[in-house]
Design a protein around this ligand. Structure first.
Ligand SMILES: Nc1ncnc2c1ncn2[C@@H]1O[C@H](COP(=O)(O)OP(=O)(O)OP(=O)(O)O)[C@@H](O)[C@H]1O
Ligand SMILES: [Mg+2]
Length: 388
């Protein structure tokens, strides 16, 4: 997957620009608050179907304007396509594939695949379980569009069931039959979602082991397992898995009424992350936790490649400066055969990879080449990324 260009219009502080990307390494550089992350946001919106940082879509619209626009031209299996998004103050956002309007956002997810890595992801090991669930959901959605529908149905049934659990005893009695219907649907959705997540986590564990070993020379062994309320044996068949969730929901009904919430299901899932058999949340150093985060992101790319036959686009938002030299070196030596777009305050110089440079100031961009040979010497004291 190669993104050829991105056209932005009234997109945050970018008034109107067309940015062309090389198929290898692209460095978007400039001072703080110039629009570097805005460009990644304008690209990643097509992978996720929404912004990775805006709380509301309309935050993206340039101050004083009514419509924001982003359009990417990309190549998938050597076939050129375009995706566009229009975000207006009055209507919701609209996606277009090859100029044709998509009825639903979910229809375009999976079309353009990208892995985003930004500083907040470095805390994935120690952050709350919801961050790790979100990692799974974002990664799986791009591979399996039906997953988005399952999740959205799950969330809506869960909200309905919780609303009844919160009612007064009298009111709730009238909805008793609805609770049974919702429980049965949730059990079924739990089984479907847990099955997909569990398969994904097996692949994640496989790749994280390989990547982590390369990064640390095999001294430490990571292990990632899927932590859900069903047991390992329950995964033997879908029927058994569904029955397990059904039993959890019915046996704990009284308790759930007391809490006013559904206490069992995939909305409580987590990833158990270990290093040498010890829980990484409590025992891994900050450096090890960062290595795990980086390995998980690189693994996300490998799993995407396995499923589609080509690498997704890697978007690294200001993250290399947060990594120590060994981890940077690992990233560097592993980005040669894929397209990477990196943002940085410095025009990072790569010795062994060809890079194109995009300078951004006040939302205006200019693309150019940097003579790597000359610059390598000149940038020795800078925040430089080179391979020895
Ligand atoms: N809706 C908007 N309209 C106009 N400008 C906006 C809007 N939303 C954000 N901005 C501006 O965009 C700029 C931030 O852009 P961005 O986050 O891309 O910066 P950056 O270059 O990544 O900076 P840093 O290096 O600090 O991460 C800020 O100046 C902010 O005021
Ligand atoms: Mg930024």
């Amino acid at each position: 997957m190669i993104i050829k260009s991105c056209e932005l219009s009234s997109f945050r502080n970018v008034e109107s620009e067309i940015i062309k990307f090389s198929p290898t390494v692209n460095v978007i550089y400039g001072e703080n608050a110039q629009g570097k992350t805005n460009i990644l946001e304008a690209i990643y919106i097509f992978a996720r179907g929404k912004s990775f940082r805006a709380f509301k879509d309309k935050e993206i619209i340039q101050f004083g304007k009514n419509i924001a626009y982003s359009k990417i031209e990309y190549e998938k299996k050597r076939q050129k396509s375009t995706l566009g998004v229009e975000i207006s103050k009055s209507a919701t956002k609209r996606f277009y594939k090859n100029g044709v309007k998509s009825e639903r956002t979910a229809d375009i997810i999976g079309e353009f695949r990208a892995v985003l890595f930004c500083p907040s992801h470095l805390g994935i090991v120690s952050d709350s379980a919801s961050v790790r669930r979100n990692f799974l959901d974002v990664a799986i959605s791009q591979l399996k569009p039906i997953y988005i529908k399952m999740m959205s149905r799950y969330n809506s049934v869960l909200a309905n069931r919780n609303a009844i659990l919160k009612m007064s005893d009298e009111e709730r009695e009238q909805y008793r039959s609805m609770i049974d219907i919702y429980s049965s649907e949730l059990a079924s959705l739990n089984a479907d979602i847990a099955d997909v997540r569990s398969e994904y986590v097996k692949k994640l564990d496989y790749w994280v082991k390989i990547i982590f070993e390369q990064m640390t020379n095999g001294k430490e062994v990571p292990k990632i397992t899927y932590d859900t309320c069903a047991d390992k044996d329950d995964f033997e068949s879908r029927e058994r898995l569904k029955n397990k969730y059904q039993t959890l929901l019915s046996e704990n009904y009284e308790r759930e009424v007391r809490y006013g919430a559904t206490l069992f299901g995939i909305h409580k899932d987590d990833l158990k992350i270990e290093i040498n058999g010890k829980d990484a949340r409590f025992y891994a150093s900050q450096g090890q936790q960062r290595s795990l985060a980086l390995a998980m992101k690189m693994a996300e790319g490998e799993i995407s490649r396995e499923s589609s036959g080509e690498y997704p686009v890697f978007l690294f938002d200001d993250v290399l400066s947060e990594l120590d030299i060994n981890r940077r070196r690992y990233v560097l030596s592993n980005i040669n055969n894929r397209q990477v777009i990196i943002t940085s305050c410095e025009p990072l110089v790569f010795e062994n990879a060809e890079a194109d440079y995009i300078f951004i100031k006040d939302g205006r961009v200019s693309e150019h080449q940097i003579d790597t040979a000359e610059d390598t010497a000149a940038s020795e004291d800078k925040d430089e990324i080179t391979e020895e």
